[in-house]
Ligand binder design. Structure first.
Ligand code: SF4
Length: 430
């Protein structure tokens, strides 16, 4: 068991063992649910919390408030980790929250432990994807300022450059940095507005529980501005890919006409690279048109395939899970490489009813990829957001969920990252 003092220094508890949480319930991790903490993970404390650990004498969970193993006792708070990209969380941290009114910012809080024999940190996560291009160590900022000013000189009138410069240097967005490094997948924000109001939206928070971590783009770029910077990137960059729909914007399908025109203009200049869209899937008709216009790959996000849970988290204005279902069908029918951005959460995503809904949807829509993305949100807030959790069966465990997906959906790839078309596992047009 790993705990933190109030200064954020971490300690190993001398006797108690690590415990995690599945939803609100304490769970002793199984060996297959644990991994050595991957490089690039971050450490977090959970303020106003008292962590739980398992007493090996009776296998019961004990809540710790103070250190009782040091000369001078000090107050304890829970420790957790945010695993590196590519790793799916299997358990949340388990603790008693002393101030439930304070909401944690948007991170994927994950149970953490320490292996005494190997003397290394462990985390409740398993690797679901490995793509070196997204390795945090590949994002060296030492030349970023120079690269930003080069691009500003090259495209002096293009308003997107200043926005991407802010995303790259202030929000540390890897997809924005890739534009300035002229490599791989880069993101192009285009949408100031959204037709949903997600509890965990990183670009706009309407509940005032915590600040959004990113700023939405304030204007809609023209197809000319988009094409001016995108076509050369797709033509020249390695593993080149452009993605509409980023963390720093609203819903790109609200600007579907702009995307369609941009795809056509880009493809008039180059046939290289991959054009991709990240979306909430709220406009089925637009997806068909975009596929005709040159879009090649799509990723539709949802936290759940159960209507009441999707609605409770997304709070959509004018669509719901049936629209997403139709959009997935439209995407596969139109020959798009079709991916689900599945916002997963231990104790919810692995409940029997959710698994059933996931498998049924994937089988009937022909989805090609499920990206297992840790839902970044205060665990207590998420559990309180979803209605009727106790009526959805038992939680089988996140690692078992992966095994079930592999068995029931053998043609569906489990991933974490988008991929350019030369790395797709199937040809979506066949
Ligand atoms: S769909 Fe995306 S942009 Fe819209 S509220 Fe949800 S997270 Fe935010």
């Amino acid at each position: 068991m790993v705990v933190s003092n109030l200064k954020g220094e971490l300690f190993e508890h001398p006797t108690l063992k690590m415990v995690g949480a599945s939803g609100i319930y304490a769970k002793i991790p199984e060996r297959e649910e644990l991994s050595k903490l991957p490089e690039g993970s971050k450490f977090f404390t959970i303020p106003n919390s008292h962590p739980g650990g398992v007493d090996p004498k009776n296998n019961k969970v004990k809540i710790i408030k103070k250190s009782n193993w040091t000369k001078e006792s000090f107050s304890i708070q829970a420790a957790s980790t945010f695993p590196a990209p590519g790793w799916m969380r299997t358990l949340l941290p388990f603790s008693n929250i002393t101030k439930p009114t304070d909401t944690l910012p948007l991170w994927a809080y994950t149970a953490i432990g320490f292996d005494q024999e190997k003397e290394e940190f462990m985390c409740a996560a398993v690797q679901v994807d490995n793509c070196k291009r997204w390795d945090p160590f590949n994002f060296d900022d030492s030349n970023l300022r120079v690269e930003i000013s080069k691009m500003k000189k090259k495209f002096p009138k293009n308003r997107i450059i200043s926005h991407l410069a802010y995303c790259a240097s202030e929000s540390h967005c890897f997809a924005a940095k890739n534009f300035f490094h002229q490599r791989w997948e880069f993101g192009i924000p285009i949408a100031p507005l959204c037709n949903a109001d997600c509890r965990g939206c990183i670009s706009l928070q309407t509940d005032d529980l915590f600040p959004a971590s990113h700023d939405r783009i304030q204007f809609v770029p023209t197809p000319e501005e988009i094409t001016e910077i995108t076509a050369p990137h797709l033509e020249k960059a390695e593993h080149s890919m452009v993605s509409f729909g980023q963390g720093c914007e609203g819903e790109p399908l609200l600007q579907a006409g702009i995307i369609e025109r941009s795809c056509q203009m880009i493809r008039n200049q180059t046939d290289k690279g991959t054009i991709h869209l990240n979306t909430n899937g709220s406009n089925t008709k637009a997806i068909k048109k975009l596929a005709e216009g040159g879009l090649e790959s799509i990723r539709i996000s949802t936290n759940s395939f159960i209507r009441e849970w999707h609605n409770a988290y997304y709070r959509p204005e004018d669509y719901d899970i049936t629209t997403i279902y139709d959009s997935l069908c439209a995407a596969t029918d139109s020959g798009l490489y079709t991916q689900v951005n599945y916002l997963v959460f231990p104790g919810i995503t692995d409940l029997e009813a959710e698994i059933e809904a996931l498998i049924k949807t994937c089988l009937s829509t022909g989805v090609h990829v499920i990206q297992m993305k840790n839902l970044c949100i205060d665990p207590d807030l998420y559990v309180k957001t979803l209605p009727n959790i106790d009526k959805k069966g038992d939680a089988v465990g996140m690692k078992k969920l992966l095994d079930i997906i592999k068995k029931e959906l053998p043609n569906v790839a489990i991933r974490y990252y988008n991929r350019p078309k030369n790395e797709w596992h199937i040809d979506p047009k066949k």
